[in-house]
Structures are given as C-alpha cells and as structure tokens.
Design a protein around this ligand. Structure first.
Ligand code: PDD
Length: 292
C-alpha cells in the first residue's frame, strides 16, 4: 500500500516534506488515543471556500478538547496555499481538499490530559474527487443505521472509529452513505449532514452535541433564503425521513447531493427533485463568492 501513497508535499510541525516521508512519534496522543481534532476545507482554483467558518469550527473543536490553537489564521492560510500550489504544479489539480489535523502532542501514555504539551500540527492537500455526473443526475443510494457514536458529535475529533464503523455499513451494502438515527431521531451521515425536504420545506436536525455542525449548515440556510425556500431546524423522526419528498446530503466534497434510494426503497419519486436542483445551482453560485 505504501506505493499507493501520494508523493506530494505536506506540512508537519513547522517543516514541509513529502507525505511519504513525514513521521510522527508512536507516543503521539493522536496515535495512542485519537486525541486530536481536524478540518477538511474545500478549495476551488487554489482558493478556500468559507475559510473563516472552517477556522471558527477548528477553534471550537480545540476549545472543547482543551488543545491550544498553535497557529494564526494567516499562517494556516499561508501553509494551505503553499501545499495547494505544490499539488497543482505536480498534478494539475485545481480543486482540492485541505486537511488539517492537530493532536494534543507527544507524552507518556496516560489518559489524563497532560499540561503544556506542544500540539502536533499536520496539513496535507489532495485532489478533490467530486460526485460523478451519474450521481448528480440520478442521485445516490444510502442505508440507515442506529447512531452508535459517542455523545460529542459536535467536536470534529480524529477519534473516528464510530464513523468508520458507520460508513462501512453502507460500503458493505454498496451505498454511498449511512444515515443515522439516535433513539429514532435523525442525526447525520457518517461523514455528511442530512436534509429532509417535505412540501417544499428543507428541514435539518438542531445544531446540538449530537451532530457535527457542517460548514454547509449555515450555507444551506443562506441558500434557502436566497432561493425563497422555507428552512427549519428541528428534531426529525425516522418516519419523516422515510416519507420525504427529497433527501439531501451535504459535505465539503458532496456539496449538496440527492439521495434517491434509501434502504432499497425510492425516496419520493426516486429522482433528484426540484429543491435539490435549486440548491445545487445556488451552491455553484456561492462557490464563486466567499473564496479566500
Ligand atoms: N466530514 N457530519 C460529519 C460527521 C462529518 O464528518 C462531516 C464532514 C459533515 C459535513 O461537514 P462539512 O459541511 O463541514 O464538510 C457532517 C468531512 C468532509 C470528513 O470527515 O472528511
């Protein structure tokens, strides 16, 4: 598998090196405990979409985990730009994902959070692999599962075994995402947020500790306002999801993506619906603004 690894540049603890060569300590708490946080920022033509919002969420994740913010925003941006430029020169990739990871640092193994560690800082970029033309025109299949993850889903933590398990349920079923329910209420996908459309209203679960507040949460609200579409956040029962006219996923890479098959049954008409078309078009417009 090592030969599959990209030979592109990354940033680790102050230095730029090849991804293949970058190494962290075996005692890094990210390795030992998954004790870290991360961000995935989409960039188009070398410019990051909604950079400030991603940085605000990174600050919130760091504050929740009591890891100090190691760099200024200007420095994060400088590093991301350098890596994006290097990847663009090497591969021609114009649209990219910037991955940032910060762990608590290196220490003797002990569950207690040690004081005064130097956080481990890692940044890499990769080519963005957007949904295929067929996925856009036909929609995608998803499956449902109980949300067995922990109760702090609002933190973008690198402790992702629950999400890995959740995603594998859909992978094993040949579907693109697992839509999860906690006690019968919609939470989110393994790595995306979920939106229900009924009678022209777009509904999403409340912004609480049970879901990751995707950067597309506020964006979808704004796109609904822009297109005159009703929008609300509230608890959504499983039955409502199964009876939806349309079902949408959102994430940095998926942008907004229609779900047309859920647990092998068609969603609504079984085709991408008008609200999807409207929000997708508005999303493409937003991508030409809010770039850093
Ligand atoms: N995942 N919910 C979960 C659990 C996620 O992991 C993600 C993003 C989202 C959508 O967030 P955003 O709109 O900010 O991308 C919702 C990223 C892309 C990942 O882990 O790769």
């Amino acid at each position: 598998m090592l030969s599959d690894l990209p030979d592109t540049l990354c940033f680790l603890n102050g230095d730029f090196s090849r991804v293949r060569d970058a190494k962290v300590s075996v005692l890094d708490r990210g390795f030992i405990f998954g004790d870290g946080v991360y961000e995935v920022l989409p960039a188009y033509g070398g410019r990051i979409f909604r950079f400030e919002q991603h940085m605000d969420r990174l600050d919130r994740s760091l504050a929740e985990t009591r890891i100090p913010q190691p760099l200024t925003r200007a420095r994060w941006l400088e590093i991301a730009r350098q890596l994006m430029q290097s990847l663009a020169e090497a591969t021609g990739a114009t649209d990219q994902l910037v991955y940032i990871q910060i762990t608590r640092g290196v220490a003797r193994r002990d569950h207690v959070m040690p004081e005064g560690l130097t956080p481990t800082v890692f940044v890499m970029t990769s080519e963005m692999k957007p949904p295929s033309a067929t996925q856009r025109s036909d929609g995608v299949a998803c499956v449902t599962a109980d949300d067995f993850r922990w109760q702090k889903a609002h933190i973008k933590s690198t402790s992702l075994l629950g999400s890995v398990f959740a995603r594998q349920i859909s992978a094993d079923a040949g579907a693109v995402e697992t839509i999860m329910f906690r006690d019968g209420w919609l939470s989110e996908g393994a790595s995306s947020n979920v939106w229900v459309v009924r009678d022209g209203v777009v509904s999403g679960p409340p912004k609480d500790h049970l879901v990751l507040q995707g950067i597309r949460y506020d964006l979808i609200q704004a796109l609904c306002a822009e297109t005159g579409t009703r929008f609300e956040l509230r608890r959504i029962a499983r039955e409502e999801v199964l009876a939806a006219d349309e079902l949408l996923l959102s994430s940095a890479t998926k942008e907004v993506l229609p779900v047309t098959l859920l647990d092998d049954s068609p969603v609504g008409t079984g085709r991408p619906g008008p609200i999807y078309q409207r929000l997708y078009a508005a999303y493409q417009g937003a991508k030409t603004r809010q770039l850093t």
